[in-house]
Design a protein around this ligand. Structure first.
Ligand SMILES: [Zn+2]
Ligand SMILES: [Zn+2]
Length: 384
């Protein structure tokens, strides 16, 4: 379950009836004749989109989320390219017991994610069934949405100071991913209660954004800090300083770490989807730093040109990830064991979980619905 689901349900962003859910994991039960990527019995995941035009500049670069003709979202989207149902219908999402998608938008999961239920009819099977697939599902939205900008803005090599603003589902994944990339992570949240969870997931610092005094201090420290030349900085700027660094200085070492007294952040992933002080976050960026807006909020915010111009800072947006980047994300997460903290719930508890998400997700977990608990209609026709 994603915070987007709350927006759709509460704000009626798509016509009723609505079936939310765009982080799906399951097992393949049927494949079409032209399917080459998957076989019956494979574990599979589907994310936030199920079709796009395949022909535009974005689609040809496997960035289907930016399809110039409009991607078809997994739920509440209008079908128009024929691969997600007949044209002119509305897509239905993952809170369902069966799902059909084009193979381009399906991602094979490793065999260890498969539910271990083969023939075992004992009571212990349910836990396994739930936990094995459940931790993969949230990678398809929360995971890829934070992985893609981290890679794109240079965090994969580590040694960056990454700020993560907002500590919900996206913030948790951003923290785990940036840490797995060996970056230094600063969690920024309005809820001081989330500090233990943030630290457990890899944040080395936790800044409370509602503590105006403390935030002002940080911004002033950023302004006052003298950035000495290091190899890391040289890499950031893409050039080498002509003077050799003083012998024996930290900058002389290839192992330049981020343990210096630097306060500023190279990249901030801003996952907050409510009105907040974006300018205050920009003040925390290092020169050439990038703030990436990931939360959806239609209301405008104020930002002075000076805040960007004097140190070439960038504010940009980013939306989920394309299919190639999604594959890279899954590969990275499996290799490094990066998975969200999940809580598997029965379908009957979905409304309660949406309410919890609408507050501040204080549980610091990603809720995952066990779709086997969706009541089956008597003798429904086979899902096709
Ligand atoms: Zn989502
Ligand atoms: Zn396209």
């Amino acid at each position: 379950m994603c915070h987007t689901d709350v927006h759709f349900v509460k704000e009626g962003l798509a016509p009723y009836p609505l079936t939310p859910g765009h982080e799906l994991a399951g097992v393949v039960t049927k494949v079409g004749r032209n399917v080459t990527k998957l076989r019956v019995g494979d574990a599979v995941a589907v994310g936030c989109m199920v079709d796009s035009c395949f022909g535009c500049r974005s689609c040809r670069a496997y960035e289907e989320q930016y399809c110039l003709n409009g991607a078809v979202w997994t739920y509440g989207g209008e079908t128009k390219y024929g691969r997600a149902g007949p044209d002119g219908e509305r897509t239905r999402g993952g809170y369902s017991d069966a799902f059909v998608a084009n193979q381009r938008f399906c991602f094979k999961l490793p065999p260890e994610s498969l539910p271990k239920t083969r023939g075992d009819e004992d009571a212990s099977k349910t836990t396994d069934t739930k936990s094995s697939l459940a931790k993969y599902a949230p990678l398809l939205c929360a995971g890829v949405t934070t992985f893609d900008p981290l890679v794109r803005y240079g965090c994969l090599d580590g040694r960056k100071r990454v700020g993560v603003a907002g500590f919900g589902g996206l913030g948790m994944m951003a923290t785990k991913l940036a840490r797995a990339m060996r970056c230094d992570v600063v969690a920024l949240s309005s809820s001081p209660d989330k500090e233990p969870a943030a630290r457990r997931m890899g944040a080395s610092e936790f800044w409370v954004t509602t503590d105006a005094e403390a935030m002002k201090e940080k911004a002033e420290a950023v302004k006052a800090q003298k950035l000495t030349h290091t190899k890391r900085d040289a890499a950031v700027y893409g050039w080498q300083h002509p003077d050799p660094p003083p012998a024996g200085s930290a900058s002389d070492s290839d192992e330049a770490t981020i343990s210096d007294d630097r306060v500023s952040l190279d990249v901030i992933l801003d996952t907050v989807s409510a009105p907040h002080d974006v300018a205050a976050l920009v003040d925390l960026l290092a020169p050439d730093g990038t703030l990436v807006l990931l939360g959806l909020d239609a209301r405008p915010f104020a930002l002075a040109a000076n805040a960007l111009v004097f140190s070439r800072k960038v504010v940009r947006g980013s939306l989920i990830a394309g299919t190639k980047s999604t594959e890279a994300c899954l590969e990275f997460c499996v290799k490094h064991g990066v998975f969200p903290d999940v809580r598997v719930i029965d379908a009957a508890k979905a409304a309660d979980a949406l309410k919890a998400l609408d507050k501040k997700n204080d549980a610091a977990v990603r809720y995952v619905i066990d779709c086997e608990t969706i009541p089956k209609r008597a003798k429904r026709s086979a899902a096709a």
